[in-house]
Design a protein around this ligand. Structure first.
Ligand code: 3H9
Length: 691
């Protein structure tokens, strides 16, 4: 039994009972909403004046799902299944009226209603898989009964919602309501149902169409790579299989079992943590309340290379005009040509219209003069990664840019304060570190200089959101958060191949850990000759020696690996010999190295470096570091990021292993004082926030 409360209201208009849920921000199904909803349904059912019920939500959206913050805590109030049973078994038609997003438990509630009406802008989906879960309130059993097994498979394993118009075509929505007139349209629809004496349509009574064994076998095969390492997609598939082969109640039982398995597992805990961590990263501590932001209506980008082009695309795609500047005409033409080509490729995939391509390109101005940046609100420099060049550019910009313009550097390692000092307005200077390919990767490191003004920082975060990036604030240190930690992994990977492993061993272990590729594959992809020059090369590292014999990576068919014309890689016997010779030259006695040692030697120093980053105040929170690694470096989201992973392994264990390696490897493994402190206190890196 529930009780009507502040989260739910029942009003009666003529013969229609209207239940309105109002629980900001997203009407998630927390205990109060469940109780209120159950109470309102009971009351509407008991009221003889009510002949049909409309369920609608106040605020920006229909129910956006179960309340994720309740997961893992002791249950409170009435259960969701019980509330759903009240709706589905109500002796009067229930119509769900949907605007905004009906997601997860929200759509599952709507699926227990007898009819669904939605405005065209509404979106409906089951995104649980993104939280390492499956729809646990009957979604896996009811959705395929309407949309068929194939479509349901797609929806539950991708988590991507569909629009109301597509939902109407599949029968998931019965009628579209005019935008802004949902309430009256839903009431009119309910009245029509009553007048026409339409039956109580229960989704559970429908048959699942198209659930053949071949469908599931092919689906698994086609998606094996995409689902690699994740537990939730397979559990979701099993549920749709159950819906196809079992009676409804048995399917529900199977859904429950599989749901509980995921809910109590590490992967879902990690993915739920990431959901909140991502939202947390957008919040800047100590920023004065109501800090005004600067309007960004025009952006300048200096450098039309891969980075500059990718950065420009973010703004063009968001409808913000960009002036891109290069020194030489051919480089400028090449850069703008690549931008166009990228958009045309997107259009060829059906993700952008031909008009969209022209609209975006129409916002781009190409120039060979920095003077053309005088009217930009934000200028991002993406030139060669060398301090004297950056300083020169910023000195010039200082003379050209209008007062109040934000001057940003895309540097990945250099000192933003030193760059800012080349201007007379260091308060307007900030680092905006994009990740390659900059039009694709979600991460943006926003580097806060010692003198960066609060409103500049706030503006950078706002702009990041506008262009669809996940922004994380970092302090000024070599490599900021991400590359600084990456350096410690690379250092160990380089040592490991001299001590006994081969590049392909290290790559395999890190791939199996869940990264999209290992460090040597990544180096080959990026090009081994980045930052290398023939004149200065002394053959001091293996990488130098590879470049000296023109093994520059994937681009010329040879790096750590050999590549064929299709860029398929195979271990190189030549490189193997070079490694053995190099180790012998250095007097290193090679030994067998276990996979476990590769994981510990590559990952634990990253955790340690992350703790140092936190201790020095270079990141606000441990969870920010995890967001950097997940969105910028392909850290497997189901492991929650390096800080969360350290907590999962146990900080005492990480500390013990660091000390173990310190004994043989030296002070590269010296533990951070913060790690020692948290390990002693039983604290967690992922929960750590700078004071
Ligand atoms: C589920 O339903 C399981 C069931 O199958 C089974 C049960 C048995 N819970 O994203 P925003 C907060 S699993 C708690 O910035 P937007 C969010 O943290 C759930 N809190 O807004 C943020 O708080 P703050 C399946 C939630 O407009 C604030 O709301 N559903 C939840 O960009 C605003 O969020 C999902 O996975 C929640 N469910 O996007 C949907 N949702 O202001 C998850 C949001 O303190 N939600 N919050 O930082 C979303 O995808 C987006 O929030 C949404 C709005 C598209 C709805």
């Amino acid at each position: 039994m529930g009780n009507i409360n502040a989260a739910a209201d029942l009003s009666v208009e003529g013969n229609i009972g209207i239940i309105t849920l109002d629980s900001p921000p997203v009407n998630a199904l927390g205990a109060d909403v469940r109780d209120g909803l159950a109470g309102a349904v009971d009351k509407a059912v008991a009221d003889p004046a009510v002949e049909a019920i409309v369920l609608i939500c106040a605020g920006r959206t229909f129910i956006a799902g179960a309340d994720i913050s309740e997961f893992g805590k002791p249950p409170r109030g009435i259960g969701l299944h019980e509330v759903q049973a009240k709706i589905e078994n109500a002796p009067k038609p229930v119509v769900a009226a949907i605007h905004g997003t009906a997601l997860g438990g929200g759509l599952e509630v709507a699926l227990t209603a007898h009819y669904r009406v939605a405005v065209p802008s509404a979106k409906l989906g089951l995104p649980e898989v993104k939280l390492g879960l499956l729809p646990g309130a009957g979604g896996t059993q009811r959705l395929p009964r309407i949309v068929g097994a194939a479509k349901a498979l797609d929806m539950v394993t991708s988590g991507t919602p569909i629009g109301a118009k597509a939902a109407l075509e599949t029968g998931l929505v019965d009628e579209l309501a005019p935008e802004g007139e949902l309430r009256s349209a839903a009431v009119a629809f309910a009245q029509k149902i009553v007048a026409e004496k339409r039956p109580l349509k229960k989704v559970r009574d429908l048959e699942v169409k198209g659930g053949s064994p071949e469908l599931f076998a092919e689906f698994r095969k086609a998606n094996a790579r995409k689902f690699r390492g994740f537990e939730a997609p397979e559990a979701n598939i099993k549920c749709i299989e159950a819906a196809s082969g079992l009676p409804f109640d048995e399917g529900m039982k199977r859904e429950r079992e599989l749901f509980m398995g995921l809910m109590t597992g590490v992967q879902s805990a990690a993915q739920r943590y990431v959901f909140f961590a991502e939202r947390q990263a957008a919040k800047i501590p100590n920023l004065p309340e109501g800090t005004a932001t600067r309007p960004i209506n025009k952006v300048g980008v200096i450098g039309a290379g891969t980075m500059g082009g990718g950065i420009s695309m973010n703004f063009l795609s968001a409808g913000i005009p960009v002036t891109i500047v290069e020194m030489k005409q051919d480089a400028l033409d090449r850069g703008t040509g690549i931008i166009r080509k990228n958009y045309e490729n997107t259009a060829a995939k059906g993700k952008l219209t031909a008009e969209g391509v022209e609209r975006n390109m129409g916002l781009l101005t190409a120039s060979m003069s920095l003077d053309d940046l005088a009217d930009c609100d934000l200028v991002i420099e993406a030139v060669f990664e060398q301090m004297d060049i950056k300083k020169e550019v910023f000195g010039k910009l200082d003379r050209i840019a209008k007062p109040g313009a934000i001057l940003a550097s895309n540097t990945s390692y250099l000192n933003v304060d030193e760059i800012a000092a080349a201007t007379s307005r260091p308060q307007d200077v900030v680092g905006l570190h994009f990740f390659s390919p900059a039009n694709v990767m979600r991460l943006l490191e926003v580097v806060r200089g010692a003198r960066t003004a609060p409103d500049v920082l706030a503006t950078a975060m706002e702009v990041a959101k506008k262009i669809g990036k996940v922004a994380v604030v970092a302090g000024v240190c070599f490599g900021f958060i991400g590359n600084r930690m990456l350096s410690s992994r690379q250092r160990e990977a380089n040592k490991l191949i001299l001590e006994g492993a081969m590049p392909w061993d290290v790559d395999r272990v890190l791939y199996d850990f869940g990264f999209p590729m290992g460090p040597f594959q990544m180096a080959d992809l990026a090009g081994l000759d980045i930052g290398w020059s023939k004149e200065k090369s002394r053959g001091e590292t293996l990488r130098d020696r590879l470049c000296e014999i023109d093994r520059r990576g994937q681009k010329n068919g040879a790096g750590f690996y050999d590549y064929d014309e299709k860029r398929n890689r195979t271990p190189s016997p030549l490189v193997e010999k070079m490694i053995l010779d190099f180790a012998a030259e250095k007097g290193i006695a090679r030994r067998a190295i276990s996979d476990e040692e590769i994981v510990e030697r590559c990952i634990y120093p990253m955790i340690n470096e992350g703790a140092k980053v936190l201790d020095e105040g270079m990141a606000y929170r441990g969870s920010d570091i995890d967001i950097v690694w997940i969105n910028g470096y392909g850290w497997p989201v189901y492991r929650g990021g390096p800080m969360f992973y350290g907590d999962t392994v146990g900080l005492q264990t990480v500390l013990d292993r660091l000390n173990h390696y310190r004994a043989t490897q030296g002070d590269d493994f010296a533990p951070s004082p913060l790690l020692e402190k948290l390990a002693a206190e039983g604290g967690k890196l992922s929960q750590y926030a700078a004071k």
